[in-house]
Design a protein around this ligand. Structure first.
Ligand SMILES: C[S@@+](CC[C@H](N)C(=O)[O-])C[C@H]1O[C@@H](n2cnc3c(N)ncnc32)[C@H](O)[C@@H]1O
Length: 272
């Protein structure tokens, strides 16, 4: 007998969600929605789909509904403690992949403000021999990062730590990455409701009076560290020059634009 459950599930989704699907949810459709229905009894479809639809209509990001997000070649768990990893951050990892692909050295990397662990985990996939750590101030985020490391079988050490309280960087470290909170409170007016209402504000916002607080701390730590260090940062494009100025005294510093043409990343290479 031919199993026509997949065809029925597809038809059900199409009619139930008609008009509510955005193109960016199509990946979710084949990876999360359809499999969830196929795992369930047909009698449950309507109640599952009603819940998803009311969440979507309340502007809840689909990644939080299914507690999953794609990031490059990996799929991560996310929850209310973690930011949904952004395409720009994926770009940062691609830049690093291109930069180090011909290097045979075994590098030691620390990611500051790691959230779901997206940056260190994708880099570990690209560079299995690297020794990689990630820290975050939120225990809820580190729990998810550890779970992601287990699920993906990518060995990265994660721990709870306040970046602003770090005294010194380990001298063996030779790559630092960070996508710290960088949106000023005055920019909140331009932020979409789905971000404001659902994403953790501690991951996004900094005080208007000190918007570069995290970059200043990172520059200070980097300056005092002995030996070579590559620093890769995602930045607020409105403050690209001011952010780059913090690193110019440390080493050759360049601002890199993202695919949308905005100044979005800084690479600083400290020689000693
Ligand atoms: C913009 S999110 C980036 C998360 C993740 N790296 C990504 O790219 O999706 C900033 C992260 O910094 C963390 N954070 C905020 N304040 C911090 C602090 N003082 N020390 C360490 N982490 C902090 C937040 O919990 C959040 O996970």
């Amino acid at each position: 007998m031919v199993d026509n459950k997949p065809a029925q599930a597809k038809a059900f989704i199409k009619s139930f969600f008609s008009g509510d699907f955005q193109p960016d949810t199509l990946q979710a459709y084949s990876h999360w929605i359809l499999p969830a229905l196929l795992d369930a009894e047909e009698a449950q479809w309507e109640s599952f789909a009603s819940r998803w639809l009311s969440d979507l209509r309340a502007n809840k990001p689909i990644q939080y509904i299914f507690q999953k997000a794609f990031f490059g070649e990996i799929e991560l768990q996310v929850n209310e403690f973690t930011l949904i990893p952004r395409p720009e951050t994926e770009e940062l990892c691609q830049l690093m992949k291109n930069h180090y692909q011909s290097s045979t050295d075994s590098h030691q990397l620390l990611d500051l403000g790691t959230g779901s662990g997206c940056i260190p985990l994708l880099l570990k996939k690209y560079f299995p021999k690297w020794y990689i750590n990630g820290i975050d101030i939120q225990k809820g985020a580190i729990d998810i990062a550890i779970q992601n490391s287990i699920n993906l079988q990518l060995e990265v050490d994660f721990k709870v730590q306040d970046l602003l309280e770090i005294q010194n960087l380990n001298n063996n470290l030779n790559i630092l990455t960070s996508n710290p909170p960088y949106i000023s409170e005055f920019e909140k007016l331009n932020i979409n409701e789905n971000v404001l209402n659902f994403e953790p504000h501690i991951a996004l916002f900094v005080k208007d009076k000190n918007p570069l607080i995290f970059y200043k701390k990172i520059a200070n730590l980097a300056e005092r560290k002995i030996g070579k260090l590559d620093i890769w940062l995602e930045i607020n494009s409105l403050l690209s020059n001011e952010t780059a100025d913090l690193f110019k005294k440390i080493g050759a510093t360049k601002i890199i634009t993202d695919y949308s043409g905005n100044p979005r990343f800084i690479f600083c290479s400290k020689q000693k």
